[in-house]
Design a protein around this ligand. Structure first.
Ligand SMILES: [Zn+2]
Length: 148
C-alpha cells in the first residue's frame, strides 16, 4: 500500500534526523506501531460523519443562497438596497441610505403582495393609479376597493 510505503520512508528519514531526541523517538514509535483495535471502525465512522457534515453544509449553503435571493427580491420590490436594506452605513451600494422606498419600488408587485394582506386585515386596499378607473367601475358594480 502506498500509505505504508510513505510512512516507512518518512519514519526512516525522521529517525535519521531525530538523533537522541526522546520525544521524537516516542512519536516515531507511535507512527511505526499498528493501529489499536477498533481504529478502522473509528476511522470509518469519522469518514461517514465527515461525509454527512459535508452534505449538510452543502444543503445549508443552498438554503442560505435561496434566502439571500429572496431577501434581494423583496428589497427590489420595496425599493431598498439589496445588500443591506439601508442598515449598513459602510455598504458599498448605498452607504446606509438604501432603506425601503429609497429607490423606485416595483409598484405592481408590491401592491399584488400587500393588497391581499390588507384586505384580510380589514384595511383599505391599495390600487395602482392606472387601476383607479377599473377600481372605480368595480365600486359602481358593488366592489369595495378604496384608492390610496
Ligand atoms: Zn446598502
Amino acid at each position: 500500500m502506498v500509505n505504508d510505503q510513505l510512512t516507512a520512508a518518512l519514519t526512516e528519514q525522521l529517525s535519521q534526523q531525530a538523533g537522541s531526541d526522546p520525544i521524537m523517538a516516542m512519536l516515531l514509535q507511535q507512527m511505526a506501531s499498528t493501529p489499536p483495535d477498533g481504529a478502522d471502525e473509528e476511522l470509518a465512522e469519522l469518514r461517514s460523519r465527515l461525509e454527512r457534515s459535508g452534505r449538510k453544509i452543502e444543503r445549508l449553503r443552498a438554503e442560505l443562497a435561496a434566502a439571500n435571493a429572496m431577501a434581494a427580491y423583496v428589497a427590489r420590490v420595496l425599493g431598498a438596497c439589496e445588500r443591506c436594506w439601508g442598515m449598513d452605513q459602510f455598504c458599498r451600494g448605498c452607504l446606509g441610505r438604501g432603506h425601503p422606498g429609497s429607490s423606485q419600488p416595483d409598484v405592481g408587485t408590491l401592491i399584488d403582495w400587500v393588497s391581499p394582506a390588507l384586505q384580510r386585515a380589514g384595511l383599505p386596499t391599495i390600487t395602482l393609479a392606472s387601476d383607479q378607473t377599473r377600481a372605480a367601475s368595480e365600486e359602481q358594480e358593488g366592489g369595495h376597493h378604496a384608492v390610496v
